[in-house]
Design a binder for this molecule. Structure first.
Ligand code: GRF
Length: 193
């Protein structure tokens, strides 16, 4: 069988980067048929930047406040995505709303992972809010990105139970583990075809 052409992806992240690491490793191990061409990060001090260094992934750190507008900031990102011929944008803890410049350049080609069963608990602190609400289960959603906050079409969801003696910390740990598995599974399918 002929070698399949690897999809070129860019991962966008602002924080710890555990999802970045899971996806980048799965690409490097050939589980996902893709190459992580670029990490795009809006926070120079974020832990994800050093993770990318260890995994030999190119890093683009752009600080939004150094641009006169969101449009100018996204145009600078877009120029790099085009230079690297990026085909899919993968958001992994990117703490910004994607604007029209990138949405128009990548229609149906931007995905995000969110730690709740959307449409429940969109936005920030979703794990904590679910935990404190007393629900018996929450979960993970992977979805396409539109102009809203965690509102795009859902691709996949996985339920995570909240046990009787669950703590916020134990729930967070379970959730992240499921995130890493689900994101790799979904991206594997999306990059196959
Ligand atoms: C994850 O919970 C993800 O679902 C959300 O932001 C968090 C990022 O975590 N969008 P990490 O930086 O990948 O560890």
């Amino acid at each position: 069988m002929a070698n399949k052409v690897m999809k070129k992806i860019a991962i966008f992240a602002s924080g710890t980067g555990s999802n970045f690491e899971a996806v980048a490793r799965a690409c490097q191990e050939g589980i996902i048929n893709a190459k992580v061409s670029l990490l795009v990060c809006d926070k120079p001090e974020a832990l994800v930047v050093s993770k990318a260094g260890r995994l030999n992934v190119e890093v683009l750190v752009l600080t939004p406040k150094e641009y006169e507008s969101k449009k100018a900031y996204e145009e600078a990102i877009l120029a790099q995505l085009q230079k690297y011929k990026v085909e899919l944008m993968v958001l992994a803890g990117y703490m910004r709303l994607v604007g029209q410049t990138l949405l128009k350049a990548y229609p149906d080609k931007i995905v995000n992972i969110h730690p709740s069963l959307l449409p429940e608990f969109p936005g920030v602190n979703s794990i904590k809010r679910a935990f404190e609400s007393g629900v018996k289960e929450t979960g993970i959603t992977v979805h396409y990105v539109d102009s809203g906050i965690d509102t795009g079409p859902i691709i996949a969801q996985r339920v995570v139970g909240i046990d009787e003696n669950e703590t916020l910390e134990s729930l967070e740990e379970k959730m992240h583990k499921v995130e890493h598995e689900l994101y790799v599974e979904v991206l594997k399918k999306l990059c196959e075809g």
